[in-house]
Design a protein around this ligand. Structure first.
Ligand code: ADP
Ligand code: MG
Length: 337
């Protein structure tokens, strides 16, 4: 069970931007977003920010009289907004049933009007509550599965992942947690559990791309090499990022796969990345083996190891993208870790 995420929103614009941030943390469709909270708690305000970020140009208002309003997102996903406020339990269930075929996003205000045993395949439950001058928002994610740490540890030992890569993954996971907390404190939704799981697993097949010597003092055994060769053949011609994503899809964790897929050297298209993809990509650039570092030092280390200390065009582009990402995520400056 994934722990609920709690965020404090000090004013209406924070509620809106929290809604906007949910739009960059969606992984699978169809999905149902259930909103609960008293009249005036901020449910519609949250959805306004959410819809706007999804590129819906119409103004979202409470469909209290219309019951249901339909829109289309900028990438063509159907978006339906329901408000069950005035409905008795039976009618609420009926009207929700009629939207079961929506392939995109279904948002339901007053979802607590539904019968207690009403279930959705994939949902995110959001509760808003007045608290002091602002609002407390609680999000429970029930839209995709995550492997637990025991499962990840089994996979690591199955592939004979070297100890220094495990230490790297743990260090990146700690950095991810800290970065997530910084954004959450600012009212930004981050799926911390998914992000941390992705960090723990992101280099599961790192040995596929091992070139040259490892860090000082690290030697490979024949046994390790033999095991690694099996995985290299299995994911022949793939980078370790793509291979890990393929591995996770085979294990039925496609959403986690998509977070891991973009973490490495491949230049991602930033505007299409999710918050968790961005944070993992960035966190990985703040860690050398298991030591927290700066972007500059990480890239210097990278050049020394892979191109005799020389700049290459690809590295420069990668570096610029990382800096741009840092500015976007942390406009107040490089986070202290
Ligand atoms: P609901 O849809 O839950 O009935 P609304 O979204 O219509 O609630 O919001 C009710 C009021 O609460 C609006 O005036 C809105 O600006 C205000 N509001 C929303 N979020 C906050 C917040 N974080 N702090 C203070 N007021 C807020
Ligand atoms: Mg409302």
């Amino acid at each position: 069970m994934i722990a609920p995420l709690e965020i404090w929103l000090e004013n209406p614009s924070k509620t809106r931007s929290a809604g906007g941030s949910l739009a960059t943390s969606l992984y699978s469709f169809p999905i149902t977003i259930c909103l609960t909270g008293d009249l005036g708690a901020g449910k519609t305000t949250f959805l306004q920010g959410f819809a706007e970020k999804l590129g819906i140009e119409d103004h979202i208002s409470s469909p209290t009289y219309a019951l249901e309003q339909r829109y289309v997102t900028k990438i063509g996903l159907p978006f339906v907004h329901l408000d069950l406020y005035r409905l008795p339990e039976k009618d609420a269930a009926n009207i929700v049933d009629t939207t079961d075929d929506i392939e995109g996003i279904r948002c339901i205000e007053w979802a607590d009007k539904l019968p207690k045993d009403y279930r959705f395949d994939r949902s995110i439950r959001i509760h808003l509550e007045e608290s002091g001058d602002g609002r407390a928002i609680t999000l429970s994610f029930d839209d995709f599965p995550l492997p637990d740490l025991a499962m990840i540890e089994t996979w690591r030992s199955d592939v004979k992942l070297p100890a220094h890569i495990i230490r790297h993954c743990e260090a990146v996971a700690r950095v991810c947690e800290q970065l997530a907390d910084l954004l959450i404190a600012r009212g930004h939704i981050v799926r911390k559990d998914a992000l941390v799981a992705a960090a723990h697993i992101h280099d599961l097949l790192r040995f596929i791309d091992f070139r040259g010597a490892g860090p000082p003092g690290v030697t490979e055994t024949e046994d390790e090499r033999q095991t690694w060769n099996i995985w290299k053949r299995r994911y022949a011609s793939m980078s370790h990022e793509a291979a890990c994503a393929a591995f996770l899809r085979e294990k039925k964790f496609p959403e986690l796969a998509s977070i891991v897929e973009t973490h490495g050297l491949m230049i991602p298209q930033q505007e299409f990345m999710t918050t968790e993809q961005k944070l993992l990509f960035y966190a990985d650039k703040r860690v050398i083996v298991d030591r927290v570092t700066t972007i500059n030092e990480r890239f210097t280390d990278f050049r020394l190891r892979y191109s005799d200390g020389k700049h290459t065009d690809k590295q420069m582009l990668w570096y610029e993208q990382t800096m741009k990402l840092e500015k976007e995520l942390f406009p107040e400056g490089t986070p202290e870790l």
